[in-house]
Design a binder for this molecule. Structure first.
Ligand SMILES: [Fe+2]
Ligand SMILES: [Fe+2]
Length: 392
């Protein structure tokens, strides 16, 4: 999407960023910012001065999660894979225990395979890798959630067990992508590493308010978004001549799918035990828009790095506004939200809002793209690929 001032404001886009870095998106700010590049579903951080709401779940609802511990042990924990059966990064990487020449041949083969992939592909792959590498932030975020957090660091509660093991599974994603990118020689690792350090230092603000209802809606959506995104980088690696990288991204995507299934199952259960409460939570998160986890990324140079990365992801079709609408529709179907009955009046309004949202997103996106076609494409330099320019 491209939009200029006076055109469709990103504030009106259901999938658009939760505000811009610019103060213009604050309620009383000056006129709307000019956006001269495609903004995807994943673009832009929340406004810096946004009030952060905390502990919005009524304390008595903590009991819901305590009462679901047995259920979680039976239905959620089994969705983890035993460590011995899990893939490890080393399964996909040159083997340093082989004789020296053989190891070097494997590295050379990796570099040959990645040589033909375009720079813009690496912008997206680096952005995905950085997102994975900020894992400490996500474990922290899940452990802000009342009633399900890991109280000790080694709590035996199934919620805490899940979060630790989920983190351990996720930890392989960034490790593998990072090593692969390092060996490819195609990216400026120093700038990539600096971006990771900035990002972990900045954290994230998904608007989940310590509320596990909101938290699990967020993670359901987010795991599917990463599934879609890694699936697309896999497809493009294959088309671009690197079947190993295709397997790498595809294998990560399969993990994300399994994780999505676990989180969506939890929300499904919440819809069963507390239909109105869960419906309100889904609507709340969709009203806020699902902020991507790396929305605060920065490399020390480009203050709009995340928006620029997202714009490239949108243009290449790795993660788009359409995907955002697809994910929403998928979850509406999976949770059977349209057919839910017995809701409070407020929750019925929430249901109507959620179930009518995807077509609205698509319509706005179509209009925005029409406008975008009339504009000059913009290019931006990415430090991750040695300051080469990429069209947004
Ligand atoms: Fe991941
Ligand atoms: Fe994930």
């Amino acid at each position: 999407m491209q939009a200029s001032s006076g055109c469709l404001s990103s504030r009106n886009l259901a999938w658009a960023p939760r505000g811009q870095r610019s103060p213009m998106s604050l309620p009383l700010g000056p006129p709307k910012p000019t956006i001269r590049f495609r903004v995807s579903a994943v673009a832009a951080p929340p406004p810096p001065l946004k009030l952060q709401r905390t502990h919005s779940m009524p304390p008595e609802k903590v009991e819901v999660f305590r009462s679901l511990e047995g259920w979680a042990s039976q239905w959620v924990i089994p969705l983890l894979k035993p460590v011995g059966q899990c893939w490890q990064p080393q399964d996909f990487l040159p083997d340093p225990t082989r004789p020296r020449d053989e190891f070097f041949d494997q590295v050379r083969a990796l570099r040959d395979r990645t040589a033909e992939l375009p720079d813009e592909y690496f912008v997206v792959l680096v952005g995905d890798m950085i997102t994975e590498d900020a894992l400490p932030t996500y474990q922290t975020m899940i452990n802000t959630l009342d009633g399900v957090r890991d109280e000790t660091g080694a709590s035996p509660s199934p919620w805490a067990q899940w979060t630790r093991a989920w983190t351990a599974e996720e930890n392989r994603h960034g490790d593998l992508l990072r090593t692969y990118l390092y060996l490819s020689g195609r990216v400026d690792m120093l700038m990539v590493e600096r971006t990771v350090q900035y990002l972990i230092g900045a954290g994230m603000d998904p608007g989940t308010e310590n509320n596990p209802y909101l938290g699990f809606v967020y993670t359901s959506f987010q795991e599917r978004a990463t599934f879609v995104s890694h699936g697309n980088t896999a497809r493009m690696a294959k088309e671009g001549g690197d079947p190993v990288l295709a397997r790498v991204c595809g294998t990560i995507a399969a993990d994300e799918k399994r994780h999505e299934n676990a989180y969506a199952k939890i929300v499904e259960k919440l819809l069963e035990v507390d239909p109105s409460g869960a419906m309100l939570a889904i609507a709340d998160m969709m009203r806020k828009k699902i902020t991507m986890p790396a929305h605060l990324m920065y490399d020390g140079r480009d203050p709009r790095l995340f928006e620029h990365f997202s714009a490239v992801a949108q243009r290449l079709g790795v993660y788009t506004a359409d995907d955002y609408a697809d994910i929403l529709e998928f979850l509406i179907g999976r949770w059977r939200l349209e057919k839910m009955e017995g809701l409070t009046a407020e929750a019925q309004r929430a249901q109507e809002f959620v179930c009518g949202l995807a077509p609205r997103i698509r319509k706005l996106q179509e209009r925005a793209e029409e406008r975008a076609r009339k504009m000059e494409p913009l290019s931006v330099k990415f430090s991750w690929i040695f300051n080469k320019e990429v069209v947004l």
